[in-house]
Write a protein of this length. Structure first.
Length: 329
């Protein structure tokens, strides 16, 4: 009997330790997936956005052609799967509580994480994340319910939960490592950006977003065509709650003698298994040089060079600065 009680204590300790590690991973993935922990102390951080329209972001993942299907699926399923262990833990700890109480706890945790994201400007706060997290928590409750129906002993049930945590932890690490390894805190990952010669453009910062951005589709003598992606304009009379669609359109932009054209040559150097250095250098060019990076007037979308444009402000779209990104081998 004493050995049985000792075994139960050990299982409890192991479960709490595994759950603590799980919470650290949740904080890393949910709060710091795009920026480092030190950003919490950056009072000038502006990395903050919010979406309160249900299923808006999910629909964006599905309809946005620029995001691969595997990446979209990983984002959706990841937000569900990551909360299954929480649902399991809440069910075990609150086995005498009602389903409503357990559901409120799970919903509150997800809501709290999104609020922290917004308050500390740690990224995008999204109602869709809450919905997906809540679905994952409900799956965790269902898993616990299934286990408890098959395992009547409380200690054996605890052992099964510990086993589930171990297996799901290993599976989660492998899955994240395959899809987005930079989220794993113990991986030697990261990207270092180096600029060899930043051009002076009279107040224009080439690091910032231009008036237009897209892909260089075609070049003519005094103009070029920029292929841009944007949300479709809602048609008058349609339901305003309808989710937007992304459309690709070509815009003709003029160039003149005052237009400054730069090529940003970018090369990537591998510094480790998952660590890279991105090096940029800038060269000022003439309009005639644009043809050197265009093999034909029309190219496949995924091979078109990307470009950013700062406009002059005249009635006809005219480029004041054109920055074309060229990938170097």
């Amino acid at each position: 009997m004493k050995a049985k009680r000792t075994g139960g204590r050990v299982l409890h300790i192991v479960m709490y330790l595994l759950f603590g590690v799980y919470l650290l991973f949740v904080m890393q993935i949910v709060l710091f997936k795009t920026i480092p922990v030190t950003s919490m102390f950056d009072l000038d951080s502006q990395l903050r956005s919010i979406n309160v329209i249900p299923f808006h972001t999910i629909a964006g993942f599905v309809t946005n052609e620029t995001m691969g299907s595997m990446r979209a699926l990983a984002n959706i399923l990841g937000n569900i799967v990551i909360f299954i262990p929480l649902g399991l833990f809440v069910s075990y700890q609150g086995h005498g509580k009602s389903f409503r109480v357990k559901a409120i706890i799970i919903l509150s945790v997800s809501l709290a994480l999104e609020m922290v994201q917004y308050i500390l400007a740690l990224g995008s706060s999204d109602v869709d994340d809450i919905l997906l997290n809540f679905a994952g928590g409900m799956l965790g409750i269902a898993v616990y319910k299934g286990m408890s129906r098959m395992i009547y002993s409380r200690q054996r049930l605890l052992g099964a939960i510990v086993g589930f945590y171990l297996l799901s932890g290993i599976g989660g690490i492998v899955g994240i490592g395959l899809v987005q390894p930079e989220l794993l805190p113990f991986m030697d990952t990261g990207v270092e950006y180096v600029t060899e010669n930043k051009p002076e453009l009279g107040g224009i910062d080439v690091y910032m977003k231009g008036d237009l951005s897209g892909r260089l589709a075609a070049v003519e003598e005094n103009s070029f065509t920029l292929s841009t992606e944007s949300e479709a304009v809602m048609v008058s009379g349609k339901d305003s709650s309808e989710l937007p669609e992304y459309v690709i359109e070509d815009q003709q932009i003029s160039i003149n003698a005052s237009t400054r054209i730069f090529f940003e040559y970018v090369r990537v150097e591998k510094k480790g298994l998952l660590k890279f250095k991105v090096i940029s250098r800038y060269e000022e060019k003439n309009p005639g040089d644009l043809g050197t990076i265009m093999n034909s007037p029309v190219k496949e979308t995924d091979t078109m060079p990307t470009a950013r444009v700062w406009l002059t402000g005249s009635s006809e779209p005219t480029a004041m600065v054109l920055l074309v990104v060229v990938q170097e081998e």
